[in-house]
Design a protein around this ligand. Structure first.
Ligand SMILES: [Mn+2]
Length: 323
């Protein structure tokens, strides 16, 4: 499955690795895994993202190797690399401001991903929708290239698997995810250290914001849909950051009887960020796709153009219909 990717890597020297907007543990982990692999093979590589790396993952990049958010000057330079590698996304529109320089460049293009897709954006694509995470695929790439697995790559890939499976809780945590995780542990990853870095570094402000959001939880569909809202003023009053809302929606799924959980976050530019979660038997990806977003069957997201009230009305109605 890696022959074409290997051939492109072997016959080129400079690589730019990128991923989707609002990077998560899997996009950062997969990008760093590919970066470390290419560096170990003596290649020139750079990772560039549209947005800053969330605090939970900055420990993976202590020297700030990742260009995030990429500047205008970075983007000009990136267009002239030999190869563009897109990880954890398969759609140019997912790259934000990096779309134009990378899509338009004359570089060879590689996609490594595990999201469902409607069409390929690059002929050299390895997309496995059964994989728990892109990180699991990147481990396989490094292994099949015979490239050394650096300690940083191992930490990064373990982080990708840990976060995309929500600590091995999701249905897509197939045996493969555990097997790859076990190999990473064997190579020296300290699971308690990674868990502590990723999940136990919240600020007081984030915890207060979570309390505000949770204390106002609402239900639709006779309790089967649970939803949270976070307004701009809640974020400002608690002194939290917009990115602090990451993970709040997962709390809705800890409630007995909830089949769909939703969070609505009001943004500065007048849109509403929506994240959806569901039990294995319920598909929320179709709701996200209907809103112009996407993701997975049990975890998806979209950006709604309109007010918070309009978003709540539209999306809770779609969720009740999807039950
Ligand atoms: Mn992923």
């Amino acid at each position: 499955m890696w022959d074409e990717v290997k051939a492109v890597i072997e016959s080129n020297q400079s690589f730019v690795i990128s991923s989707h907007v609002n990077p998560d543990g899997d996009s950062v982990g997969s990008a760093l895994g590919v970066y470390e692999c290419l560096k170990a093979l003596g290649k020139d590589a750079v990772v560039a993202m549209n947005d800053a790396i969330p605090d939970a993952y900055t420990w993976l990049d202590p020297d700030g190797d990742i260009l995030a958010p990429a500047s205008e000057a970075d983007m000009e330079r990136l267009g002239s690399m030999d190869v563009v590698v897109v990880v954890d996304a398969n759609g140019w529109d997912r790259l934000g401001r990096l779309r134009k320089p990378l899509e338009d460049s004359a570089a060879s293009k590689i996609v490594i991903d595990h999201h469902p897709y409607s069409e390929l954006i690059a002929p050299t694509s390895v997309i496995d929708t059964k994989a728990s995470s892109t990180a699991e695929l990147v481990y396989d790439l490094i292994d099949s290239m015979g490239a050394p697995l650096t300690a940083r790559a191992a930490d990064a890939l373990y982080t990708g698997i840990l976060t995309d499976t929500v600590s091995f809780r999701f249905a897509r945590s197939a045996p493969c995810a555990h097997i790859t995780a076990a190999k990473l542990l064997t190579s020296g990853v300290d699971p308690s250290r990674v868990y502590d870095q990723v999940y136990n570094q919240n600020t007081g402000a984030r915890t207060r914001l979570m309390g505000r959001a949770l204390s106002d939880i609402r239900f639709s569909g006779c309790g089967r849909v649970a939803w949270l809202t976070v307004t701009r003023s809640m974020i400002e009053e608690t002194g939290a950051l917009s990115s602090d809302t990451s993970g709040f929606v997962d709390v809705t799924m800890t409630i007995a009887g909830t089949e769909i959980g939703i969070i609505f976050v009001e943004t500065r530019d007048g849109t509403v960020q929506i994240s959806l979660r569901s039990r294995p038997e319920t598909d929320v990806n179709q709701i996200a796709v209907g809103l112009g977003g996407g993701g997975h069957r049990n975890a998806a997201g979209a950006v709604f153009n309109g007010t918070l009230e309009q978003a709540v009305e539209t999306v809770t109605a779609a969720a009740v219909t999807a039950l």
